[in-house]
Design a binder for this molecule. Structure first.
Ligand SMILES: N[C@@H](CCC(=O)N[C@@H](CS)C(=O)NCC(=O)O)C(=O)O
Length: 311
């Protein structure tokens, strides 16, 4: 079985969601640090254009989006399930938190007190480059909400999450953390990194205690890996072909058809390749790169769009 390789950077909230899942499951993993803005020259050979953070690599298989990465890790280490059969709502709560709570948290941090923490140690050209990068990334997506809206929505979320814990349960869905906890955690983690803004969370004591319980799960055991080595590992491995997965078709596509897949919300960069997986909740293309070799790039179906490339 190939090792787990996470391509990420320390300040990424979605990466923190995955680091914490790795911790909760006690997994060992390799850490490849990627740039937090484009260009990402050692990541593109693996993803074929997908630029968001994090990305999971297992051999020559590349998994985009934490919604899918969480499922892959859960299949690999099924104990302490992220998606317990008797807590089916966890997944939908998680999707909502990843989108709406995260959106409110980021917009809330994008105010002077938050910028001070976010941009600590950076010079003006670096800050300008970051702002320009994120503007480009949002092209074609919705505008970021204003701080008053973000503040009100964040309070709304903090109250809702507190309501989950009202009966004294330690985690949002019960006695053990599920995907809902990890998706609700990372936006609050992002807010807490700005000390001047962190008080918004501590005003909800039950939630602050939950946050501390989540933080204690840690990040598992990680070892740094050079980006080049990750590419060498991909080139030496054989990618998955989706055997055993159901094939469902809504696009008039057959196995091997040339397609493009891209996020539907932001960071909308198409990844082109031959369709090898078209399962109910997962898509994947096979592509070839001079440095990474033959790789399969996987996406969740929800949140992504696909089109057939006319020949
Ligand atoms: N739906 C995606 C969202 C990922 C995302 O928005 N990641 C942020 C960092 S937390 C990002 O990609 N920022 C731009 C970048 O890293 O280049 C997921 O769940 O993985």
């Amino acid at each position: 079985m190939h090792d787990i390789i996470l391509h990420h950077y320390p300040a990424s909230p979605f990466a923190e969601k995955i680091r914490l899942i790795l911790g909760a499951k006690g997994l060992a993993w390799h850490s490849v640090t990627i740039p937090w803005i484009m260009p990402k020259p050692d990541l593109m050979p693996l993803t074929g254009g997908y630029r968001r953070t994090p990305v999971l690599q297992i051999g020559a298989d590349v998994y985009c989006d934490t919604a899918l990465i969480a499922r892959v890790l859960d299949a690999r280490a099924p104990q302490a399930p992220l998606f317990p059969a008797d807590r089916v709502a966890a997944r939908s709560v998680a999707d909502l938190a990843d989108r709406d709570l995260f959106g409110a948290a980021v917009a809330y941090v994008f105010q002077p007190a938050g910028f001070a923490a976010l941009f600590q140690g950076m010079n003006k050209p670096q800050i300008d480059a970051f702002i320009e990068d994120r503007k480009t990334m949002r092209t074609g997506g919705g505008a970021r909400m204003a701080v008053p809206e973000a503040t009100g929505q964040l309070h709304g979320w903090l109250q809702r999450l507190t309501d989950h814990l009202a009966d004294g349960r330690p985690f949002l869905m019960g006695e053990a953390p599920t995907i809902a906890d990890f998706s609700a955690y990372h936006p609050l983690w992002f807010v807490q990194r700005a000390p001047a803004l962190a008080a918004i969370v501590t005003r909800y004591p039950a939630l602050a205690a939950w946050f501390a319980r989540m933080t204690a799960l840690g990040h598992g055991q990680s070892r740094e890996l050079a980006a080049d080595e990750a590419l060498t590992i991909a080139a030496a491995a054989t990618p998955a072909d989706g055997q055993g997965l159901a094939w469902v078709d809504y696009h008039g596509c057959q196995s091997g058809d040339e397609v493009e897949i891209e996020p539907a919300d932001y960071g909308i960069v198409p990844v082109r390749g031959r369709l090898v997986i078209s399962a109910p909740d997962q898509l994947a293309v096979r592509r070839s790169d001079p440095r990474a070799g033959e790789v399969t790039v996987h996406f969740p179906r929800i949140g992504y769009q696909m089109r057939k490339v006319a020949r």
